[in-house]
Design a protein around this ligand. Structure first.
Ligand code: C2O
Length: 480
């Protein structure tokens, strides 16, 4: 058999068990006997992926170690390669809709793991988030490279954490039509819009990169880590604007900028690991043995584990450029938790002792964070919510520079179908800067934290009392 063509044709036309078995007989390396859901057909419809048993274990990568480069500063040669690669991937959609390397099939992988998929498969809202997306991008990158005959190709990353790179990277933004394979017509941002500082600025990046441990940074088997919300979810909403492809996980990967966004999210994981000797990944076998399957660049169905993606430089053969945050990261001492009586009162209060510790730490350039655990969020739409210290401040909604502002909680829905809501709460961690502490200190008595959707006109604003399981502060001194 010259290639997968015949096999795919059989799959596409096969309705009977007999035909199917014949097809399996021709290509057992490709399809397993154990499951009648075959991956090629499942990919066409965004179904849950079939069992791992028929996949060949991913082994080693023989590519050179090369940098992924910032998407906003690509040379014209690099832009041409990137466009050629996506053009070729899109062309497969029509030339061979069964080719698992086609653009729609690639986008459907993400859909698989976040909509139809049972919660146990879902790659968001838990510690699968960073490892799964790294593996997914890895195979995507290899396919793009193969399609242009250049295994030195590496995905670019959209470094929206650099303040001059907050527009959609030019290669993806213009020309604004289908002649540009990196363009997507459903975006809310045009080529001049920028991701707001509120979503990707210092307060947000510090809270992510200074997370004490992997539980805070990358989550647990049942809860998400800090950056999966802000900045990751915020950027989805900014690009998708509540209704575009990027605003829902089921369609996000239909926008090529998704892969550049996630490459930067992947870089944040890499940066967090480098930030401190205590920033280590989980060592439990429950984490290390997490396994996913992907088609590789030769259409071979492969399995890869979380353990295999932890060292992206040696194993996956790419590195990232410097991080301006890492360069200025203070050496923080282990944080100290200041408990609150939130569980009882559902309001927040600075006790005199907390006030003293917080202002001492802020005065010596240490870090103060407010943590909210399991905040109930509206799940009727994808949106960014702002959290304020009081209903009055929420009603005014003056934003990050205004009174009583604490931070944001982005909500990205898995799907437009209401039955696919996988999680109704979010965790949030806010940097409490001196300026925020000052406005919060003005609050006499307990603070009634309040959510309001960002970007809603004053007379249409709905105030939502923050209903969270718990809240506490952490303070960390700088080592001297
Ligand atoms: Cu799987 Cu940014 O989402």
């Amino acid at each position: 058999m010259p290639d997968n063509k015949t096999e795919n044709d059989v799959i596409a036309n096969s309705t009977s068990r007999r035909n199917f078995l014949q097809a399996v007989g021709i290509g057992t390396s490709f399809i397993g006997l154990n499951a009648f859901v075959n991956p090629v057909a499942a990919l066409a419809q965004c179904q849950a992926p079939p069992s791992a048993t028929t996949a060949k274990a991913w082994g080693k990568d023989c590519r050179r170690i090369l940098p992924r480069r910032p998407a906003s500063t690509l040379s014209s040669t690099e832009v041409t390669k990137l466009r050629d690669a996506y053009q070729a991937m899109r062309a497969l959609d029509t030339s061979d809709p069964n080719d698992p390397r086609g653009f729609t099939r690639q986008a459907n992988i993400h859909c698989w793991f976040c909509t139809e998929a049972a919660s146990s498969v879902h790659v968001h809202f838990n510690w699968k988030f960073f490892a799964f997306h790294r593996a997914y991008l890895y195979f995507h990158e290899r396919i793009l490279g193969k399609l242009i005959g250049d295994m030195d190709f590496r995905l670019p990353y959209w470094d929206w954490d650099v303040s001059s790179h907050r527009k959609i990277p030019p290669a993806y933004a213009t020309p604004t039509d289908a002649s540009n394979p990196l363009w997507n017509s459903t975006r809310a941002m045009d080529s001049n819009d920028e991701i707001p500082d509120e979503d990707v600025g210092e307060d947000v990046m510090d809270a992510a990169l200074e997370a004490d441990d992997f539980t805070d940074f990358g989550g647990t088997a049942s809860a998400p880590g800090i950056p999966e919300g802000a900045p990751h979810g915020s950027v989805h909403n900014d690009v998708g604007g509540g209704s575009g492809d990027m605003a829902f996980f089921e369609t996000a990967a239909k926008d090529p900028v998704f892969y550049a966004h996630h490459s930067n999210v992947d870089k944040i994981w890499s940066d967090w690991n480098k930030g401190s000797s205590t920033h280590t990944n989980p060592t439990s076998s429950a984490f290390l043995n997490l396994t996913w399957n992907f088609y590789d660049e030769n259409k071979v169905w492969r399995s890869i584990t979380a353990a295999q993606v932890l060292n992206h430089e040696n194993q996956l053969r790419y590195v990232y450029g410097p991080s301006r945050f890492l360069e200025i990261l203070p050496c923080l001492l282990q944080s100290v938790v200041i408990r609150t009586d939130w569980r009882v009162t559902k309001t927040l209060r600075f006790t005199p002792a907390a006030r003293t510790s917080i202002s001492r730490v802020l005065g010596s350039r240490g870090r103060v964070r407010m943590h909210l655990t399991d905040v109930a969020v509206p799940t009727d739409k994808s949106a960014v919510y702002r959290v304020y210290a009081s209903p009055e401040a929420a009603r005014k909604d003056e934003g990050p520079r205004g009174e009583g502002y604490l931070g944001t909680i982005p909500v990205v829905l898995s799907s437009r179908k209401p039955q696919h809501v996988h999680r109704k709460t979010r965790n949030a961690v806010f940097s409490i800067t001196e300026r925020k502490f000052e406005t919060l200190s003005r609050a006499q008595g307990p603070m009634q934290l309040t959510l309001v959707e960002r970007g809603v006109k004053e007379n249409e604003r709905k105030l939502i009392k923050v209903n969270a399981a718990d809240s506490h502060f952490t303070i960390a001194d700088v080592e001297r």
